[in-house]
Design a protein around this ligand. Structure first.
Ligand code: HEC
Length: 152
């Protein structure tokens, strides 16, 4: 106990030794050490990049069609259920009830996401038992609100 406890803790600057003993190799050094396989590795990386690019191009098309449907259902729901208190239309900054944020305002809130809207919807209206949305309806409303943010 004695010897260990009294030994000074090694400070990085004391011995001129950085705290991290395993030095990362510079990328240049790594490249040189495997020079033989560089060409084929670069070719396969290019292929991977192409596949990734194709996927990245295809996914939003699929996703956005679903989003549009979801957002359309959300808009219908908003116009039937929320419109008495919230400004629900695109570009509508004010709400019929001043305390209720307009959906355009929600859409412009920094960092707002579908999940954030779902959370807000699960906690808002605590005193309004008539406004109970199913998880699907929350996602639809969320998709609609987020669609207001997209500037065409
Ligand atoms: C009877 C009036 C009324 C109706 C109807 C209503 N809201 Fe609200 N809503 C409010 C008020 C007032 C607030 C602010 C106080 C609160 O959070 O409860 C609010 C808050 C919210 C919030 C939270 C905003 C935040 O900053 O957390 C969301 C999201 C929301 N409403 C969405 C909806 C949606 C979607 C509907 C329709 C399904 C709806 N509201 C229907 C009055 C209403």
């Amino acid at each position: 106990m004695g010897a260990r406890a009294t030994r000074p803790v090694r400070e990085p600057e004391a011995g001129g030794m950085p705290g991290n003993l395993i030095q990362p190799k510079p990328i240049g050094a790594l490249r040189r050490s495997t020079a033989g396989s560089t060409a084929s590795r670069e070719a396969s990386m290019r292929k991977t990049t192409l596949i990734a690019a194709a996927l990245i191009c295809a996914l939003p098309a699929i996703a956005s069609a679903q989003d549009r449907d979801q957002a359309r259902r959300g808009e219908a729901l908003a116009r039937s259920t929320c419109v008495a208190c919230h400004g629900v239309g695109a570009g509508q900054a004010a709400s019929p009830i001043a305390d209720a944020p307009s959906f355009q305002t929600l859409a412009a809130t920094p960092g707002i996401t579908g999940i954030a809207i779902t959370v807000a919807l699960s906690t808002a209206h605590k005193t309004m038992p008539n406004i109970q949305l199913s998880p699907d309806e929350m996602r639809e409303i969320g998709a609609y609100i987020l669609s207001l943010r997209a500037v065409p």
